[in-house]
Design a protein around this ligand. Structure first.
Ligand code: HPA
Length: 290
């Protein structure tokens, strides 16, 4: 196992390594990890020589409580790249504490991945974005007002072991700029339109109030969702390079527009997911080249 588990707090490490050992015995390993958001799970069908396991069968994992969210870990190759795919994730609005919520992400990191592609469904704040557009996440504003890593790291401000894996406390360049550029390049290569921007992560499960939408625009956010930020912070602190990809499922709701529902979000996700899968297959060889 990598030295990443050494970076975790005593109270968390054992639970993470139990799941990692269980999965390693089944051959789960990969260079790139992918976390697939609401309605975006079909990329997992493109994985070849796939090994699949339901979250409910992995020690310490919770099954997701949200309709239309699959809860399965898939391992195999995609575009020739060894991958481990989380088909579905837990969200803060499901009410679990962060050590439960982030356990699968910690396990993904401890399986030895170098890069993680974190995807989500998001509302468009940028007025140039339309439903069905994709956005490479360049940075994030975490509005959960709760550092997800409280109590989960052995040395909150870094340690010699953390320095060896290359990350200490700071989150400058949280989303790897080079990989974000490659994601945009992959989109151009396969003719998929792509924006870049800042992702706001809210706790949910309510969609935003009008004043919140106004605030998010004024503080410079282009898209808003209810996931991703806690995961990317953890991945970065564990020495994994995060790449973020939002699927814009709706304009953030304003006066005069119909109420947004979870099924609308999932429906647009379903329309876009083939495009997203094509993009990811183009991106994976670029992400692992050199
Ligand atoms: N707000 C928050 N999360 C979302 C949205 C939204 O408008 N769309 C999809 N996920």
């Amino acid at each position: 196992m990598s030295e990443r588990p050494d970076l975790l707090s005593d109270r968390w490490r054992g639970r993470v390594t139990d799941a990692v050992e269980f999965l390693q015995e089944k051959g789960f390993a990969g260079r790139v990890g992918l976390i697939l958001g609401s309605g975006l799970g079909n990329f997992a069908d493109a994985v070849q020589d796939a090994e699949r396991i339901d979250y409910a069968d992995i020690p310490g994992y919770h099954a997701t409580t949200v309709a239309e969210h699959t809860g399965r870990l898939v391992c195999g190759t995609a575009a020739g790249v060894p991958v481990v795919v989380m088909q579905g994730r837990l969200h803060p609005y499901e009410g679990l504490p962060y050590d439960e919520l982030l356990l699968p992400t910690a396990v993904l990191a401890c399986l030895g991945i170098e890069t993680a592609v974190v995807t989500n469904a998001a509302g468009g704040l940028n007025r140039y974005f339309a439903p069905g557009d994709l956005m490479a996440i360049r940075d994030q504003i975490d509005l959960h007002f709760h550092d997800p890593l409280r109590g989960l790291l052995a040395e909150p401000f870094g340690s010699p072991a953390a320095a060896r894996v290359g990350r200490v406390g700071g989150l400058a360049d949280l989303y790897d700029p080079d990989l974000a550029r490659k994601l945009v390049e992959a989109a151009a290569r396969c003719g998929v339109p792509m924006h870049s921007g800042t992702y706001a992560s809210m706790s949910g499960p309510a969609y935003e109030a009008k004043a919140e939408i106004g605030m998010l625009r004024r503080i410079g956010c282009d898209a808003v969702g209810m996931s991703t930020a806690p995961e990317t912070v953890l991945l970065k602190r564990l020495g994994v390079a995060p790449v973020g990809l939002s699927c814009i499922t709706n304009p953030a709701r304003e006066t005069g527009q119909p109420e947004l529902s979870h099924s609308d979000v999932v429906e647009v996700g379903a329309m876009v997911r083939d495009r997203m899968a094509k993009l990811l297959l183009e991106f994976l060889p670029l992400a692992t080249a050199g």
